[in-house]
Design a protein around this ligand. Sequence first.
Ligand code: ADP
Ligand code: ZN
Ligand code: ZN
Length: 753
Amino acid sequence: MTLSIFGARTNHILSVAVPVPLRQSFDFLVPIELSQQSIEPMVGARVKVPFGSRKLVGVILEVKSESDFPEEKLKPALEVLDAQSLFDAPLWESLQWISRYYLAPIGEVIDAALPVALRQAANLMPSSKKTWSLTEQGRSRPVDELNRAPLQLALIKRFMQQRFLSADDFKDTASGWRQAITALVKKGWVEEIEAEPYLPTRELLAQIDGQASSLTLTSQQSEAVDSIREAINRDQFSSLLLHGVTGSGKTEVYFSTMESVLQKGQQILLLVPEIGLTPQLVERVERRFSQAVVQMHSALNDTERHHAWWHAREGNAKIVIGTRSSVFSSFADLGLIIVDEEHDGSFKQQDGVRYQARDVAIYRAKQADVPIVLGSATPSLESYMNADSGRYQLLRLSERATKVNLPKIELIDLNMQPTNDGLSPAMLEAIKATLANDKQVMLFLNRRGYAPVLYCKDCKQAAKCHRCDSNLTLHRRVNRMRCHHCGYEGQIKLKCDSCHSTEMVDVGEGTQRVEDAIALRFPEHALLRIDRDSTSRKGELAQVLEQARSGAADILVGTQLITKGHDFPNVGMVGILEADQGLYSTDFRASEALFQQILQVSGRAGRRDELGRVFIQTRFPEHPFFDRVTQHDFIGFAKDLMQERQAASFPPFGFFALLRAESPHQAQALQFLRKARHEMQPQDGVRIMDAVPAPMERRAGKFRAQLLICANQRSALNNTLAQWLHLIAVDKDAKKLANSVRWSLDVDPLDHY
Ligand code: ADP
Ligand code: ZN
Ligand code: ZN
C-alpha cells in the first residue's frame, strides 16, 4: 500500500501554511490512510499536521512531488480536513499578495482570513442549529404588555437589536432564558428557525415592509450610476473613486449600482468603517432589495461569523456588509466591491497582519476582474492622487441630493474669547439659537473622559500612568483614573505622587465635562453623550445612534464616533470644540486626518431643509488650513498637501515601512533596531533613518523604538526588507536578539507611534 503511493512519487508531498509567526511553509507527506479515502489533498484545503508536540490546523499551499528536505525526515500529515479549497481563487491570490506585500508570514495571513471556527477543525459547513427571531406579531406588540415578565421583555429588546439569536447569544443572560423563550414562542411572538440560521428566509424578507422604491436620482447621481454600470457591464476590473460631498447621496448611488449586479445574479461586498454603522445599513439594504444580506464584523460571535462566511461562500448571501476583515470573505460569484468612507483609518489593521483593507480590496477586485468603487467626501490622498492621475475613474457629486447647500463654516477665535468648560460665549450663543429653532446641536470633541489631566497645584506635576509616558484621564462617572493607552484603571489621586500635596486640580475637557457643562446650562434639553465609554456594550452604539437620529435628544456630545457617515435629519448646527491639535503635530498625516474629520462632522449639519451652521473654536484662525476648511475646498487642500508630500517624498510620493520594537529593557529595543539598520542592505533609492525611541517611549511597561525605512520605489523597499527578513531567519545571532524583543514590520504605516 505504502509502496503504491510512494512508488509513484507524484504529488505525495504537501507544502503547508501553519499558523505560526515563521516566514516559511512546511512540508509533510500525504497521510497514508488517504489511499483508502476519497479526499484528494487540494490547494487551499485544511490539513491537520503534527508540529513539535502540538497538532495544528494548516492550509495546503502546494501539492508536489519533491521537497528540499530529505524525504525520510518528513512527517506524514494527520488528516486532510476539506475536500476543496476554502478560498475562491481571487481571494487565494490576494492572500499570497498580502504575505508578499506586507511581508507577513503566510500562515498568519491565512489564519487571519479564516473565521475562528475554521481555524480549528470545525466542519466547513456549519451545523444548523436552533435560532430564534421575532414574528410580525412580536414586532408590533406594545412591549409594556410584558411589564410583569422582565426577562421576556429583556429578550424582546435584544431581538429588536439583533434579528437572529441562538443559545450562544444567551450565554451571559439570566439562567431562565430558555423558559422565557418558550413562553414567547407560545404567545406567537417569537418563532424558531431551523433551516437557514443567520440568513433571513424568504418569508421573513417578505415581512420586512418593503420600501423597495428608490428615490429619483439627481442628475449627478445618475451620471455616477451610469459610469459604474458601464464598468459592471464591461465585466472587468476597474477602479472608480466616488468623490461626493457630505449629503450628496452616495448611498443611493451604491444601491442603484448594486441592483445591476444583483440582476446579473452576482454578489456584492460592501466594506464600511464602523460596526456601529452596519445594523442600520443592513436593514436598509434588506428593505431595498429583499435579498439575503450577511454582516461581518468583530462583534459577531464565532458561530455567527462561521455562518456568515459560509453563506457568502455558497452564494446564499448576495450581499456581504462588513468592516475591515470582511475583505477576506470567500464568494461564489463576486460582481462588485464597494468601499464606503474609503479614507477611514479603521480599514488599516494595526496589529498582527497589518494590512490595509481598502488596498487588499483593490487587489482582489483586480484578481476577480470586477469593478471596485471607493466612496468618500474626503478621499485619502492616495486615492485622490490615483484619480487625479487617471488611474482611477473620478466620479464627482458636488451638490447635496436634498438641494440644501453645504453648511456655513465659521471660526471662533479663542484668543478673543475665554472658554469655560471648553465652551466659548460665541459657541454657547450659537447653541442657544439652534435649540430655539428646534434643531439638534452636535458638539464634537475627540477626547473622552472628564478631564485629560489631573495635576498638582504645588509642584505642577500631572498624575501619570505608572506604565506609560502619558497622563491619566479623569473619569467622573465612575470616579476613576484611566490610562487610554494601556487600559490601566485606578482610584482618583487625592494626593500628588511627587510632593504629597492634596491640592489636585483637573484641567482640560473631555466629553463628560462638556456633557455636564451643557446639562447645567441647558437643563430643559435632552442630551446624549456618544463615545466609547457610553457605548461599550454590544449593540449599544447602534441603539444610541438610533436615539440620535430619531431626535430623542436635542444635544449630542461625542467623539469621532458621531462624525462617521450618519444621516441625522435634524442637526442644525455642529460645534467643533477643539481643532488645533492636528495643526502642529509631528505626524505628517495629522492635518489630512483633521481636515477629513472636520468636513465629515460638518457634513452632519443641515442635511434636510435649512442651511446648517458649523462653528470651530481655534487659536489659529489665520492658519491657511482654515481658508480651505471654511470654503469646503477639499480639492484645494488635497493639492496643497500633495505639493508638501511631493517635496518631502512622503507618501503617496514615497513609500514607508516602519520597523517597531518593544522590550521591558530600555536599551534592548533600540539595540535591536540599530543592529537591523546595520544588517539591512538598502537597494537603490532606499533610505534607512536612525533608530529612535517612539514618540511615546513607554507604553504598558514596555520601552518602544522604531526604525523608518523610506524608498521612492515600492519594489526596492520590499526587496530590502525581504532580504533582511531572510537574513535574520537564518542567522543565529540575529535570531537570538530578535527573540529578545517583540518586533513588527508595518508596510504603509498609518500612524507613527
Ligand atoms: P452621503 O452618504 O453622500 O453623505 P446619504 O447617502 O446619506 O449621503 O444621503 C443624504 C440624504 O439625501 C439621505 O437622507 C438620502 O435619503 C437623501 N437622498 C439621497 N439621494 C436623494 C435623491 N436622489 N433625492 C432626494 N433625496 C436623496
Ligand atoms: Zn505635587
Ligand atoms: Zn498606561
